[in-house]
Design a protein around this ligand. Structure first.
Ligand code: MG
Length: 274
């Protein structure tokens, strides 16, 4: 089995410093935290940007200094978020793709996010996918239910998304698919041949579904975007979360992949080759 790719999602759109004192928000804080996680075994960083007031933004100018500061420190794979919370139109949400990160997230269906809608109509999905395709940015397909997975397969068959895809199966978001093993097994049956896949499980299902992903040959995302407590009422840091997944991987014989190893697994070019 391949080594396990640990993705760290250090900031997200929702947590604030008030709810999480260790949350990295500024480019310098994000880069420093990502670097600590990289040393602990993270090989991909899923990045959200905030504006000067700490609010989510899709502005490419907010992403740029984060990328630059991370690159000063390490070769971790940088994956930018094109999620629905920070922007509205495809142009707004896809602005960061023009920065040509190695990867960007691509939700291939709509769903509910707690009190809001994860709004991804087909035209917007195709536009973001097309922009990633043209610029050689590998999408991480974000799947919140079976229909999003089936739509990603459809787009790949139509030639809008390159194969093999990397698919992130997301569980435990209130209003979307619950974080139970049955849901994971069900989605795994529908994965296209040759894809790589990871699990993101929000909240208390995180440990169980992360362990299943490791045992079944998948990869794992963790970080304060997904989880603010290690156990109930016990605040946590990105570093602790990455360390916990790395230990879980080792317990099942899967060391964390280095960034170079993760690039191989994901079919990305080596960094020096651009
Ligand atoms: Mg995100």
């Amino acid at each position: 089995m391949d080594k396990v790719i640990i993705t760290v999602a250090p900031t997200g759109n929702v947590p604030t410093r008030e709810t999480c004192s260790d949350l990295p928000v500024t480019p310098a804080e994000i880069a420093e935290d990502v670097y600590r996680c990289y040393i602990a075994g993270a090989s991909v960083a899923h990045i959200h940007a905030r504006d000067k007031d700490g609010k989510p933004t899709a502005d490419a100018n907010a992403f740029k200094p984060i990328i630059d500061k991370i690159r000063e420190k390490c070769d971790i794979i940088i994956q930018l978020s094109t999620g629905a919370r920070a922007g509205k139109s495809a142009a707004e949400r896809g602005a960061c793709i023009l920065l040509k990160p190695e990867m960007a997230s691509l939700s291939t269906g709509s769903s509910n996010f707690s009190r809001t809608v994860n709004y991804n109509p087909p035209g917007l999905i195709k536009e973001l996918a097309g922009r990633m395709f043209e610029l050689g940015v590998k999408p991480e397909i974000e799947v919140f239910d079976i229909s999003a997975l089936e739509y990603a397969v459809y787009l790949a068959e139509k030639g809008l998304i390159k194969q093999p895809m990397h698919i992130n199966l997301v569980f435990g978001v209130p209003g979307s698919m619950g974080g139970i093993p049955r849901n994971l097994f069900f989605l795994l049956e529908s994965l296209p041949a040759g894809c790589t896949w990871s699990v993101t499980s929000i909240g208390k299902s995180h440990r169980q579904l992360s362990a299943l992903a490791i045992v079944l040959g998948g990869h794992v995302r963790t970080g304060l975007e997904d989880l603010l407590e290690l156990e109930q009422g016990c605040p946590v840091s990105n570093l602790q979360l990455v360390e916990r997944v790395a230990a879980l991987g080792r317990a099942y014989g899967r060391e964390p992949a280095t960034a170079a190893e993760a690039r191989k697994i994901l079919g990305l070019k080596t960094l020096s080759a651009g």
